[in-house]
Design a protein around this ligand. Structure first.
Ligand SMILES: [Zn+2]
Length: 255
């Protein structure tokens, strides 16, 4: 059931990834082939299966369909499965955590595509995190609205910490305003301990990938290795969310 829900929500994430940056309606019209604009039949739109049946080509114009679509669906399904296996079914899982995972997947791919993080996701997400901290005051990873509010505030300062480390290392500002709002959103869901771990993990991963990218592309000037930082923040937060209760006990402060 978790995999099925994940595939359907991953399909919705694909719609958000394609339409939110273009400020298009996410409800109307239905999905179309990006090449010939032919509306998709409902059975071609079934997650993964539609792609496999069509052998990765549009039914009308035979234009290749990006493998990104089934990958996003599969990724969302795996995240839903992992959280279901770890935390078990609960109202907070369905109302708070799964929508959060869909937002994080969407943010990751929009940032990779366009180097932006839409405010509707980050600021809207932060607001949803604060509301959820009131509805579920005793569900991992935040315990009560105080932690959520503190986490959102810590997100801003955590951002400045990363920006400060980055600008000291590289001698230039490298983080965008979208990242600060994303980290505040993550703080609202994961509390101050989550922000600390997210900043730590994401800066390590970001450095490793950035340096590898620079070396692989033969770019001698490391300062020119420009990669979007949002996906690393998401990875850091997911790390804390899925493993933080085991590995980061000092940073989980139940009240
Ligand atoms: Zn087509």
């Amino acid at each position: 059931m978790a995999v099925l829900a994940g595939l359907i929500c991953g399909s919705f994430a694909n719609v958000l990834i394609a339409r939110l940056p273009r400020r298009e309606s996410i409800l109307w019209p239905g999905s179309r082939c990006p090449e010939c604009r032919t509306p998709l039949k409902w059975y071609d739109n079934v997650p993964i299966l539609g792609f496999l049946v069509l052998k990765g080509k549009c039914r009308t114009c035979k234009h290749p369909i990006s493998t990104r679509y089934p990958l996003v669906e599969l990724l969302t399904a795996l995240l839903f499965l992992a959280t279901m296996m770890k935390f078990g079914p609960s109202v907070s899982l369905f109302v708070r955590d799964w929508p959060l995972l869909v937002m994080l997947v969407t943010i990751t791919f929009i940032d990779l595509d366009h180097r932006i993080i839409p405010d509707r996701l980050s600021i809207g997400g932060a607001a949803w995190g604060l509301v959820c901290s009131l509805i579920f005051p005793d569900a991992w990873p935040t315990y009560g609205w105080q932690q959520a509010l503190l986490g959102a505030a810590a997100g801003f300062f955590g951002f400045y910490l990363v920006a400060w480390i980055y600008s000291r290392r590289s001698g230039r500002a490298g983080l965008g305003g979208g990242d600060i709002k994303l980290l505040a959103m993550l703080g609202a869901f994961f509390g101050p301990g989550g922000v600390f771990v997210t900043v730590l993990i994401s800066s390590i991963l970001g450095s490793v990938v950035g340096i590898t990218w620079a070396l692989a592309s033969g770019e001698k000037n490391l300062l020119k290795a420009s990669i979007p930082y949002g996906p690393f923040l998401v990875l850091g937060a997911l790390y804390y969310y899925l493993l933080g209760d085991i590995l980061w006990l000092p940073f989980t402060i139940p009240t």
